[in-house]
Design a protein around this ligand. Structure first.
Ligand code: UD1
Ligand code: UDP
Length: 353
């Protein structure tokens, strides 16, 4: 049986890999390598337990560090894994340092790379993710795009061979798990919230957390919203908040990061979502909940052009003003596939191998 080495390491990658791993079962011998980029129970372990993703075969335990330290540690570990596993293909997801290390190590070992979520661009090279995406796409032999825009982005960079428009594996997950979250209301009673009577906030992008002025602008605006705010906080943001000494107002509940099922439940029930996350902008769209994106630009331009997502940057006037006035109600076209992306990915891999 041919072998696939799947490289994952950060929260959104566990959610994406669950779906593809199931499709690979019995067709390939899949070796799952966790770089250890995320390691807290709430950032990693919970996703394996809750979503039924098999425990990784290899965990590099690389942990946190500067971009160079982290990526270099991963490169060494992934190269060793490639040498001992001899995979026929290395599968990488998204745009994190784990993605970059996986694709670079594989390409140097002359193993073909397949990139899930290829072709996304923010056209902002100050973002570490933009660099990771560009390098990974240019090293990949198989490129799986979530949207037509992603295919077009690759084409302008001269990449048009083995590019497959398959849709978004996160939509596959959202559809499947969305049905699984069920009617259990204990989450709401625990948080003392009612459906549609709260906002959901997430914030973790380096350009927001590592800039004290941007972080304070956003969080002070959030303190000024006349609604309950539930804020599952990323550890990076927790540390940044301590540095600037921000304190949540009474309406804001800062909670530990939640598992995917609770997150989907919160998204489906929120009155409004404020975020700088890539995945959550799309999930807001699929849930039919208005989204205020705390960034200057987005890769997920379709959610904005459909009218369900608005870029409010770190501007307090825009954040509070749009929170009060932005109430989309138009259609939400299926711009990210039909929820069957994983099957299409595995069929394309079969044809390729
Ligand atoms: C990474 C990705 C980002 C992705 C995000 C998903 C890169 C460059 N960035 O950002 O694209 O959107 O994951 O969540 O790869 N930390 C912990 N415990 C953990 C993990 C992190 O305490 O389990 C803290 C550490 O202080 C660490 C910081 O969070 O330094 C940042 O973690 P890191 O993985 O470097 O970047 P993310 O911000 O998580
Ligand atoms: N997520 C989660 N719990 C949280 C925050 C996010 O399960 O407390 C999920 C979210 O539903 C989405 C994914 O993690 O599926 C997005 O990850 P994140 O925002 O960390 O990264 P990004 O998508 O921006 O790379």
């Amino acid at each position: 049986m041919k072998k696939i080495l799947s490289v994952i390491g950060a929260r959104p990658q566990f959610i994406k890999a669950v779906i593809v791993s199931k499709e690979l079962l019995h067709k390939y011998e899949e070796v799952i390598l966790h770089t250890g980029q995320h390691y807290d129970e709430s950032m990693s372990g919970i996703f394996f337990r809750e979503l039924g993703l098999r425990e990784p075969d290899i965990n590099l335990g690389v942990g946190s560090g500067s971009h160079g330290t982290q990526t270099a540690g991963m490169l060494i570990g992934i190269e060793k894994a490639i040498d001992s596993v001899h995979p026929d293909l290395v599968l990488v997801y998204g745009d994190t340092n784990s993605t970059l290390a996986g694709s670079l190590a594989a390409a140097k070992c002359q193993v073909p790379v397949a990139h899930v979520e290829a072709g996304l661009r923010s056209y902002n090279r100050a973002m570490p993710e933009e660099i990771n995406r560009i390098v990974t796409d240019h090293l990949s032999s198989l490129l799986f795009c979530p949207s037509e825009q992603a295919v077009a982005n690759l084409s302008t960079e001269g990449i048009d061979k083995n590019v497959h428009l398959v849709g978004d594996v996160m939509f596959d997950s959202f559809r499947l798990m969305g049905d699984a979250v069920g009617k259990d209301d204990t989450l709401f009673s625990r948080l003392d919230i009612s459906p549609r009577k709260f906002c959901l906030l997430t914030l973790h992008r380096a350009e927001n957390t590592d800039d004290p002025k941007r972080l304070a602008n956003i969080l002070n605006a959030v303190n000024g919203l006349n609604d309950r705010v539930i804020f599952p906080i990323h550890p990076r943001t927790q540390a940044a908040i301590r540095r600037i000494g921000w304190k949540p107002a009474e309406n804001v509940s800062v909670i530990a990061p939640v598992g995917y099922l609770d997150m989907v439940k919160l998204e489906q029930s929120a009155g409004c979502i404020l975020t700088d996350s890539g995945g959550i902008q799309k999930e807001a769209y699929w849930a039919g909940v208005r989204c205020l994106t705390l960034r200057e630009e987005t890769e997920w331009v379709e959610t904005v052009s459909a009218g369900w997502n608005i870029l409010v940057d770190d501007d307090p006037e825009k954040i509070i003003g749009q929170f009060l006035s932005f109430h989309p109600a138009g259609p939400r076209p299926f711009v990210y596939g039909d929820g069957m992306a994983a099957g299409k990915i595995v069929r394309a891999i079969q044809n390729f191998l």
